[in-house]
Structure formats: structure tokens, C-alpha cells
Design a binder for this molecule. Structure first.
Ligand SMILES: [Mg+2]
Length: 358
């Protein structure tokens, strides 16, 4: 039968960045990603990608490839139409290597969508045909932040996310430099766990006193510091988003129960697509906002997040700019880029990605 999976392939995908990307937890100049392919009997190919992050998800390229080697016998020979059955059984085998598993989920769903002639956007609900992404400013001097902000505004971006976590005075100067060069932009912050609760509150207080008008603050304190998250939420007049705090649906439930965030940043690399669907439901039921983010994925892996966001249509914040941090390479489909607008118009199967590894 043409819908039987014949191959599961995993191989290195090296992607150079335009410039080194610096956040509170490290610096990167090349994304050492993994390309994952699912090939069906009739040659239909589903593409997935993992951007390993030893600090965030605990994966390396080597562990991702090893996980695929381990999962191959449970995948090859199965009928792609039972995608949830296949992925539930593999997920039950691999409990902790979630980023690796997310790449498999993307490839399996892409192959299924292509084989059935339905885009992932339509599978997820078909609410929108396009979404608007923000652009992220990495750590650096206030001068660089101001220059980057002016450049991104000129390129058409209206939403800027500033990585913070150097120290309060420097970060306040950086935020104000961005504001001075992007008067009408929506500005949000992401500390990647860098601050103490008091410093996080102080940062917002000082920046807003100078006219920053910050719209959202992501992961101000350590991921397991629930008390600290609650303190920041209670003392800051803006929505607090949990990113590193939430990987699993169980984490999302705890955030709801303990009232520590207004929004959850869902990333396919942290929870897979199946986990994302569950977290979306939890957030809806608990009146929490949802945003979507990414690791350092190229268009290949990012396409799944773009389709997820378009399909549901209710992500209040799209942080899907990784494709702009990487140098472009030959890859068709997925979505069309026009500055901050990512469109899935014309994609008729899966994510629509077509890529030939060199
Ligand atoms: Mg984040």
C-alpha cells in the first residue's frame, strides 16, 4: 500500500547564521540541526527538523540521530494514516528526548498531509492563511540594539522582542534605544531565566518610567522558580509568559493551578505537535493566552509551527523569526515570506516542504 512508511532517515544539517546570536544562556554562530525524512512506499516524503539545544531541551545532534536509530523499527512498516498511533507508541518509548521526537512528529504529519492532499494548516483548522512574526534582538550594546531596531522597522517588522539579561541598567538602556528607534512598535522582552524576581520587576519599572511601554515579558526568572514568577506577575503591569517553565501539558497545568503566568510560549521543539495540541486546550480552558516560538529551525522545521499557528488562528504572539537569523538555502514550499508576514497560501499537502540534501 502506498501509505506504508518505508524509510526513516536522519542526517546532519549545518546552517550558518548571518551573525552570532547571543542570549542569556549562550552564543551560537551555526545551527547544527538534524534533517529528518519519512519516505512512504509511493515516494511521498515528509520532512522534519530538529535544532538541538543542550541547554534548553537537553539534546545534541548526536542524541537526536541516536533516537531516530532507536525509533526506526517502530516506525518503518507502519501505515502513515495511523499517525497518532505511531507517534503515541514512539513517544511512550522515548520519554525525555522530546526535541528529537518533535522532529519525527513534523516529518510524520508532513508525510500524512502530503499523502492525503491536505495542508497542515487545514488539518489544524484552517482559520488563517497568514501570520505576522516578531523579530528578535539578541544581547549586545544599547547602540547595537538601537541600530538593529531601526533596521528591522525599515524591513517592515512591527513587533520586536528584545533578549534581556545583561544587567538592569544596561538592559534598560537597550530597551530605550529600541523604543527611540521604533516608536510605534510592539515591544516585548525575553530574559531566558536570567533575572532574580526583584531585578525583573525593577527592569520593567525603570524601562516603563522612561517610556518603554513594554507589551509582554517572557520567562523573567528561573524556570522552576514558581514563587518568583508569581512575584513578577503580581508586581508588573504587563502579561508574563512562561517559556522554559512549560515543556509538557503537565507543566502547563501547574502554571494554571499556581497562577504564575498569563501566557504560555508553545514551541514544537519542547512538546512536539501532539503536546502542543494538548497545551492549547489547557490554555483555552484556563483563559491563558498562547504564543508560539521556535528554536533555531530553518524553514523545514519552522513550517510546522507556521501551519499550526495559521490553523488555529488564535496565537496572540508569533515568534517565528529563526528563518531570518539563518542564511537562506535552497528549499521549496513550507510558507512564503514577505517581511513579517508568513503565508501558507497555495500549500496543498502537509507543510509543502521539498528539499534535496546535498
Ligand atoms: Mg523564550
Amino acid at each position: 500500500m502506498s501509505t506504508i512508511i518505508r524509510k526513516l532517515l536522519a542526517e546532519p544539517l549545518d546552517l550558518p547564521l548571518w551573525e552570532p546570536f547571543k542570549i542569556a544562556t549562550g552564543i551560537k554562530d551555526t545551527a547544527r540541526n538534524v534533517l529528518i525524512r519519512i519516505v512512504l512506499e509511493d515516494g511521498t516524503t515528509g520532512f522534519g527538523e530538529v535544532s538541538p539545544s543542550p541547554y534548553t531541551t537537553g539534546d545534541t545532534r548526536e542524541t537526536v540521530i541516536a533516537v531516530m536509530d532507536q525509533l526506526r523499527p517502530a516506525v518503518v512498516g507502519k501505515d502513515i494514516r495511523s499517525w497518532r498511533g505511531i507517534l503515541t507508541s514512539t513517544r511512550n518509548t522515548i520519554r525525555n528526548q522530546i526535541a528529537a521526537h518533535s522532529g519525527l512528529e513534523i516529518a510524520v504529519l508532513d508525510a500524512f498531509g502530503k499523502s492525503q492532499g491536505v495542508s497542515l494548516t487545514d488539518m489544524f483548522g484552517g482559520v488563517k492563511k497568514s501570520v505576522e512574526t516578531d523579530m528578535t534582538l539578541s544581547l549586545g550594546t544599547p547602540e547595537k540594539a538601537g541600530k538593529d531596531a531601526a533596521k528591522f522597522i525599515k524591513q517592515g517588522f512591527n513587533k520586536l522582542k528584545i533578549k534581556v539579561g545583561i544587567d538592569v541598567p544596561t538592559d534598560v538602556d537597550r530597551i530605550i534605544a529600541v523604543r527611540d528607534n521604533a516608536h510605534s512598535a510592539e515591544i516585548s522582552l525575553d530574559a531566558n531565566q536570567a533575572f532574580s524576581p526583584k531585578d525583573a520587576v525593577e527592569l520593567v519599572r525603570r524601562a516603563n518610567a522612561r517610556g518603554a511601554d513594554i507589551g509582554m515579558f517572557e520567562q523573567p526568572v528561573r524556570k522552576d522558580d514558581f514563587e518568583g514568577m508569581r512575584f513578577v506577575r503580581e508586581h508588573c503591569p504587563l502579561p508574563i509568559a512562561a517559556d522554559e517553565t512549560v515543556f509538557t501539558p503537565e507543566d502547563a497545568l501547574r502554571v494554571v493551578r499556581e497562577g504564575v503566568a498569563d501566557m504560555i510560549n508553545i514551541k514544537v521543539a519542547k512538546c512536539g505537535i501532539l503536546g502542543a495540541l494538548e497545551i492549547i486546550s489547557i490554555c483555552r480552558a484556563a483563559n491563558l493566552g498562547i504564543m508560539i516560538g521556535a528554536m533555531m529551525e530553518s524553514k523545514i522545521g519552522l513550517a510546522a509551527s507556521v501551519h499550526l499557528s495559521c490553523g488555529f488562528g488564535n496565537f496572540v504572539h508569533n515568534d517565528l523569526d529563526s528563518v531570518y537569523l539563518l542564511k537562506p538555502f535552497e528549499c521549496e514550499g513550507g510558507f512564503n515570506l514577505d517581511g513579517p508576514i508568513f503565508s501558507v497560501e497555495g500549500i496543498t499537502g502537509g507543510t509543502g516542504i521539498v528539499y534535496e540534501p546535498k
